[in-house]
Design a protein around this ligand. Structure first.
Ligand SMILES: *Cc1c(COP(=O)(O)O)cnc(C)c1O
Length: 413
């Protein structure tokens, strides 16, 4: 195991922008809190003691390094592709989100905060936040839309068992974007003792950078694991699903600013198809706008109203995408594609049957892109593809059963 670095990726501009994206579109009252956070992090980012604490927790609590697994039976389906899976599903709590939650909780502790607030949609980030709050002995309040509370009862119960208070949000569409508004509102009123743990590479500066740096342990491990397994070969393609974009940036970031960059592909949720309007593909099907304090690609209508995102996977159901991805997309540094619900289901079934690994439905979107990737680049010399297996699929079994019964006409929507 090799040492991690949090300071290897560039700090965005002084105004917290990646190109024209990001920034701080927030009420005046939040600026001092964001400044306090940015300067605390700037001081700790290269601090050996902070890095040692972070590393120890990743190793002993999260279970890192996660495996880099060469999926030969899956690869056999796609001649020309040699596919490696980065097994974030094996982390404690079952996904990549814990990497960031551990990092931000450590930061909260160092800043002397004793209360955590968080927002959650599918409940995965809420569970990660509640987990680290328990671990660090911090109070924890998680905001969640009433619609999501209904859909994600298991995760609500998990958070409560971990000692967190789940506060129901009824405003707007009663989903993630409304929960985020409430979490920000809470933070504004209690910045002195409260730390807001954001779950993805979104929100005002310095959050997109902070979350990226904590998640970049994924790509850092891939670099040395692949060197160990394949000598001099580095990946030709990096592939990951994109909701807010944290697992994808975690894989991409250590490569993105290298002169010899692999092809980086982010897979958004195409829902029922971009044309249908029912999707969550902020880059493929959205426009530039401002949400939750940052400029990014977003889904909104001609009146400026945020459009509800749709995806079979609740974790990709966010109407925006992080500013650094927005920047990569605009500059052509990475490509962003969309895979529809049914492509994700096919990807999930294929991985389960070929490798005995049940992925999260979010992750399944990246798997669902493999047929198209093979059509595009499969003809030439063998390509090393690293696919970020962001989470495990146990949480989705009930939803898949319901969808199957609906398709068979046994139950109604
Ligand atoms: C939350 C989640 C995602 C989407 O979030 P990103 O910030 O885009 O990574 C993807 N996969 C899993 C398993 C998740 O829980």
């Amino acid at each position: 195991m090799q040492p991690y670095s949090l300071a290897a990726q560039p700090w965005p501009s002084a105004a917290g922008r990646f190109g024209r994206f990001g920034g701080r579109y927030v009420p005046e009252t939040l600026i001092p809190a964001l400044d306090e956070l940015a300067s605390a992090y700037l001081g700790l980012r290269a601090d050996p003691a902070f890095l040692a604490d972070f590393t120890q927790l990743l190793r002993e609590y999260v279970g890192r390094p996660s495996l880099l697994y060469r999926a030969q039976r899956l690869s056999a389906r796609y001649p020309g592709l040699d596919i490696y899976l980065k097994r974030e599903d094996l982390n404690h709590t079952g996904a990549h989100k814990i990497n960031n939650a551990v990092g931000q909780a450590l930061l909260a502790k160092r800043m002397g905060k004793r209360r955590i607030v968080a927002e959650t949609g599918a409940g995965q980030h809420g569970v990660a936040a509640a987990t680290v709050a328990a671990l660090f002995g911090l109070d924890c309040v998680v905001y969640m839309g009433s619609e999501d509370i209904r859909r994600q009862a298991l995760n609500v119960r998990r958070m409560e068992l971990l000692g967190a208070e789940v506060r129901e949000v009824h405003s707007g569409t009663a989903t993630l974007k409304d929960a985020t508004n409430e979490a920000i509102r809470d933070w504004v009123t209690r910045v002195r003792d409260t730390f807001y743990i954001i779950g993805s590479v979104v929100g005002p500066h310095p959050y997109p950078m902070l979350v990226r740096d904590f998640q970049s342990v994924i790509g850092q491990e891939v670099r040395w694991q692949l060197r160990e397994q394949r000598g001099d070969r580095q990946p030709d393609v990096l592939l990951a699903c994109v909701g807010g974009g944290s697992n994808a940036i975690g894989l991409f970031a250590p490569y993105a600013y290298l002169p010899e960059r692999p092809r980086m592909i982010g897979v958004e949720a195409g829902g029922e198809g971009i044309q249908s309007g029912h999707h969550a593909a902020s880059i493929s099907g959205g426009k530039v706008g401002v949400l939750h304090g940052a400029m990014m690609y977003l889904l909104y209508d001609s009146e400026g109203q945020i459009l509800p995102a749709h995806s079979i996977s609740a974790g990709l159901d966010y109407p925006g995408v992080g500013p650094e991805h927005s920047f990569f997309a605009e500059q052509g540094l990475a490509e962003y594609v969309a895979v529809e619900d049914r492509g994700a289901i096919a990807g999930m079934e294929l991985l389960a049957r070929s490798e005995g690994i049940l992925p999260a439905l979010e992750t399944a979107h990246a798997l669902g892109y493999l047929p198209e990737l093979q059509r595009r680049i499969g003809g030439g010399p063998e390509q090393i593809v690293v696919l970020n297996l962001s989470g495990r699929g146990d949480k989705d079994v009930a939803e898949l059963t319901r969808l199957r019964q609906m398709a068979a006409g046994e139950v109604r929507a």
